[in-house]
Write a protein that binds this ligand. Structure first.
Ligand code: 48H
Length: 257
């Protein structure tokens, strides 16, 4: 006989065990889009204790919808190498242009990131940052449902040695930092510079070049990079998102040594 209470207890106990374990981590990534997932995968692959927080029900961010709801994405040669590592099939369109199924890419990124050892918690929104001695030391979290319902319920916290803003166009964590601390960012103006008009070639290069620390212990990867440092958008080509995740993982890996 199946006991409903046992089913409930199994879920609660297992979830809370995981949650308790990841209240403190080496790296915490906010956002499970392609950049955040890639960062989580490469950090976990290097043996780093890494947690990814995603506000939505499902991970994937802007990847899932492909280009204008045509659920396909394009990658170049370098992006294809990463997708191949994840076991995603890429169809050659022309030299340096490969097409992949957005859903297959999403499934593979989520599966391999978790299998490598990264923990993903969905339905949790990061709503503030923890700062100690002028360094980011963690995040302030609440259930997305609490925020959507506009309920007055106090948040809780998670501590991490390094925090990554992988929230895409919104660069949500950097925005919070700028709002509360002013022009302290490691940008040319000290503030968020803002995303520029579309240019695929320049946008892709800019993301990778500018994937870095934006404030003490706070890093940006993916589309958030161009929003913060003032790079162009690039449309539905996803190589730089994957490569930026990989780059931020390498930087953090070095810092942890
Ligand atoms: C928890 C949060 C919070 C929060 C947001 O938008 P994303 O897909 O971001 P990237 O950088 O991985 O990829 C960008 C790409 O999808 C894209 O938009 C491109 C290439 N655009 C080009 C163009 O020209 O438009 O994922 C960000 C994730 C999402 O899943 C959000 O739900 C999540 O972050 N998120 N999670 N707490 N406060 N804010």
């Amino acid at each position: 006989m199946l006991d409903e209470i046992k089913i409930t207890k199994a879920i609660i106990e297992s979830y809370l065990k995981d949650f308790n374990k990841y209240l403190e981590s080496d790296a915490l990534i906010c956002g499970a889009g392609p950049a955040g997932l890639s960062a989580g995968y490469y950090l976990a692959k290097a043996g780093v204790k890494v947690v990814i927080l995603e506000k939505n029900l499902r991970p994937g961010g802007g990847l899932t919808g492909g280009g204008m709801m045509f659920n396909k994405i394009v990658v170049d040669e370098e992006g294809k190498e990463i997708l191949t590592e994840f076991g995603v099939s890429c169809e050659k369109y022309e030299e340096n242009y490969y097409v992949a199924c957005a859903l297959e890419t999403l499934g593979a990124l989520v599966y391999h990131t978790i299998k490598k050892g990264a923990k993903i918690f969905n339905l949790i929104t990061v709503e503030d940052l923890l700062i100690h001695n002028e360094k980011v030391s963690g995040v302030v979290i609440n259930w997305t449902s609490v925020i959507l319902a506009n309920l007055h319920i106090d948040p809780m916290t998670m501590r991490s040695k390094f925090v990554v803003d992988a929230t895409g166009h919104g660069c949500e964590l950097v925005k919070i930092l700028e709002k509360k601390m002013g022009k302290v960012l490691f940008t040319t103006t000290g503030g968020i510079i803002g995303e520029k008009l579309m240019n695929a070639e320049m946008g892709e290069k800019f993301v990778i070049e500018n994937t870095k620390e934006v404030y003490h212990n706070l890093f940006v990867c993916g589309m958030a990079v161009n929003a913060v440092f003032g790079g162009p958008r690039m449309g539905p080509i996803f190589s730089s998102m994957l490569l930026s995740g990989k780059k931020v993982a390498e930087i953090i890996k070095e810092k942890l040594k």
